[in-house]
Design a protein around this ligand. Structure first.
Ligand code: KG4
Ligand code: ZN
Length: 348
């Protein structure tokens, strides 16, 4: 029997009810129930609907995870849960469930930052993180460059988006093109048959004058507006929009900026690895472009497989196991759900 901690992680910050079970760096189960179809017709996640769906999915998802891992709840050493950031009501369902699992049998409870979890999950696939490690977090709500000294203690933000998050840009542009929500995977698929140099869309905050103040920051709202203007102009002229070309050119612009800035951060801090996490890291072009450009500079890219990039419970269990292993103090039982938990607070 291994003496590595067996940890159950719960994720409910948005529309995925995720329950993961890990033994330190080994992934044993990753059960996810998504309410995405209930939100699709609204073009975005409806908080109240998401909370109710979490409540209904929680117990079956915990049962499914235990069954897959071949364990009983009794076997678990500690519970980890996303305490923020995210939708307040959705987070509350996860936090309350985690407290219930913790109080009865007296198991330690760890409130974990969702953004740090997107970074820590990579350990389940590629082993311990190099410390320090620059990381780029690109999700529906956040786009940040971070320097991770120790994922159980804290992360230093190097820069962040000054307007829309990368995933948000994918979702908004998808809507403009008549593609379903969430837009990222649909744009990725549509782009596969498109020409990425068909339209020269702007690369936000990459001009020399912007780099002085915003070297590690992102801006995607200008790009989104440029796509909207382009689509409107075509429609005005009665030209049928080539969705594949727009998707490919847009995707290329986002990936170009993300990759350039991530590699710049790695080079600036003299670090040979760069980690990419969050839902947008599931993007096929981002993965290929980052790997190719990094190799040319002797930098290694670590990016988890697509299923671990989008929200899941294993990503919460992963830092939980690290917290237990490193002897960090558990969270108090009055742990709140903090919808705007800052990235610098890794453990609540
Ligand atoms: O990390 P995540 O699952 O949830 C948040 O924490 O926000 O990220 C969701 C975001 C959505 O905006 C979605 O459109 C985007 O990730 N996404 C993608 C892809 N898969 C998901 N964006 C681009 N390409 C993809 N393949
Ligand atoms: Zn996320």
């Amino acid at each position: 029997m291994s003496d590595e901690p067996l940890v159950l992680g719960i994720e409910t910050s948005c529309d995925e009810t995720g329950v993961g079970i890990v033994r330190r760096h080994t992934l044993l189960a990753d059960a996810v129930a998504s309410s995405v179809e209930e939100h699709a017709r609204f073009g975005g996640v409806v908080p109240e609907v998401a909370s109710r769906a979490h409540l209904e999915a929680m117990v079956p998802t915990i049962e499914r995870a235990c069954e897959t891992a071949g364990i009983k709840l009794d076997d678990i050493d500690a519970i980890a849960v996303t305490s923020g950031p995210g939708l307040a009501g959705a987070l509350l369902v996860g936090v309350a469930s985690a407290k219930a699992l913790s109080i009865g049998p007296g198991k330690p409870l760890y409130g974990v930052n969702h953004l740090a979890a997107h970074v820590a999950v990579d350990q389940l696939e590629h082993g311990p993180l190099p410390e320090p490690c620059p990381a780029m977090l690109v999700s529906g709500g956040h786009s940040s460059l971070l320097k991770v000294e120790d994922v159980t203690v804290g992360v230093d933000p190097l820069g962040a988006t000054i307007d829309d998050a990368a995933g948000e840009a994918f979702d908004k542009v998808a809507r403009l093109l008549g593609l379903p929500f969430p837009g990222g995977p649909h744009i990725d698929r549509a782009a596969a048959s498109g020409n990425s140099v068909a339209i020269d869309f702007p690369r936000g905050l990459t001009a020399r004058k912007d780099l002085e103040r915003h070297r590690f920051d992102f801006s995607f709202s200008g790009l989104k507006t440029a796509v909207a203007r382009w689509v409107e102009a075509q429609q005005r002229d009665g030209i049928t929009i080539d969705v594949a070309d727009v998707a490919a050119s847009f995707r290329e612009a986002v990936c170009d900026v993300l990759t350039r800035k991530a590699l710049d951060a790695a080079t600036t801090y003299g670090i040979e690895d760069i980690l990419i996490g969050g839902g947008v890291a599931a993007n096929s072009r981002l993965r290929a472009m980052a790997t190719e450009r990094a190799e040319a500079r002797g930098i290694r890219v670590r990016v988890p497989r697509p299923g671990l990039c989008t929200d899941n419970g294993a990503m919460v269990a992963a830092p939980g196991a690290e917290l237990v292993k490193r002897g960090r103090a558990p969270s108090a039982l009055d742990l709140p759900a903090d919808s705007s938990q800052p990235i610098t607070t890794v453990v609540a």
